[in-house]
Ligand binder design. Structure first.
Ligand SMILES: NC(=O)c1ccc[n+]([C@@H]2O[C@H](COP(=O)([O-])OP(=O)(O)OC[C@H]3O[C@@H](n4cnc5c(N)ncnc54)[C@H](O)[C@@H]3O)[C@@H](O)[C@H]2O)c1
Length: 276
């Protein structure tokens, strides 16, 4: 039996990380769009990987459990890559919270119950969460530790407290970072590590939707005025994932790594700073 990597989200970022770390493993690819999962599995299988596509919905605990059960039938689960998600231009507030916030929390919890000793996981949040002002210590703790089934009932996530889909996305991504901190303690009890990557603008179908959506000019301005002066690539996100998921990252767990070409720095202290 081979060790198994679970990849949720058959997008460019997920595939880039799976290609970097998934050699020699069975790779079970879950995506709400079976078509996307099959396309990525085909590309990977034609490049010598052993990948299988599965239809799954990150917003459903049952669907997550079925995916894990399927993965476990091939061997021990030693890697998790969560790159599934919806962006502010793609979905409603409710869907963003259900998929990006609740779904990610459930996935980290459920995989944390079975991850192999020495196993590693990464989930993808977003630089977007870094532009939102700090929450209070109590709010951070609620996002980190509220039992998953209670999360969406938190007052700070109710409709009257969420301005728009961007705000919902930022709250979801902030929650991802906090969940990773809290879950990494539990993963550590199994000898496993869990980290988070917060990318800036990475050219993928999701980002292209944003470029062509209502905030298109905002995004184009953002990469033009960040220190790197360009959007990033999924393979550069995989460079960070490789550090986090390999032995070189053995002392790194519960962390979030920002990879945004300096856009956040420019937003606070450079030309991207919003006018007061
Ligand atoms: N591309 C960027 O600029 C960027 C920046 C910051 C963060 N991110 C984050 O990176 C992650 C991956 O994004 P990407 O750019 O590779 O996007 P992508 O659109 O290429 O891939 C996302 C995948 O998630 C799947 N998905 C959506 N809802 C799902 C659900 N309920 N269950 C299972 N799968 C579902 C989609 O079908 C799609 O295949 C997302 O969490 C996104 O928020 C992306």
């Amino acid at each position: 039996m081979k060790d198994v990597m679970i990849l949720t989200g058959a997008g460019q970022i997920g595939m880039a990380i799976a290609r970097r770390m998934g050699y020699g493993k069975k790779i079970v690819i879950g995506d709400k769009s079976l078509k996307n999962a099959e396309a990525i599995a085909k590309t990977m299988n034609e490049a010598g990987f052993d990948a299988e596509a599965v239809e799954m919905d990150l917003s459903s605990r049952q669907s997550i459990k079925q995916l894990i059960e399927k993965a476990a039938s091939y061997g021990e689960i030693s890697m998790l890559v969560n790159a599934a998600g919806v962006s502010p231009s793609q979905a409603s507030i409710e869907t963003i919270l259900k998929v990006d916030l609740y779904g990610t929390a459930v996935l980290l919890e459920e995989v944390g119950k079975v991850i192999k000793k020495g196993g590693v996981g990464v989930t993808i949040s977003s630089q977007s969460g870094w532009r939102m002002p700090a929450l209070s210590q109590e709010e951070d703790e609620l996002l980190a530790t509220t039992p998953t089934e209670e999360l969406l009932k938190l007052p700070l996530l109710q409709a009257e407290n969420i301005r728009d889909t961007l705000h919902a996305y930022q709250m979801a991504k902030r929650c991802n970072e906090k969940r990773v901190m809290a879950e990494s303690v539990k993963w550590g009890e199994r000898g496993a590590r869990l980290n988070d990557i917060a990318p800036g603008i990475i050219v993928t179908p999701l980002a292209l939707d944003e470029f062509n959506g209502p905030r298109g000019d905002f995004y184009k301005n953002m990469f033009a005025k960040c220190p790197a002066g360009r959007p990033g690539t999924a393979d550069e996100v995989a460079n960070v994932a490789e550090l986090l998921m390999s032995d070189k990252g053995a002392f790194i767990t519960g962390s979030t790594f920002l990879i945004d070409g300096g856009a956040t720095s420019s937003y606070f202290y450079g030309p991207l700073k919003p006018e007061k």
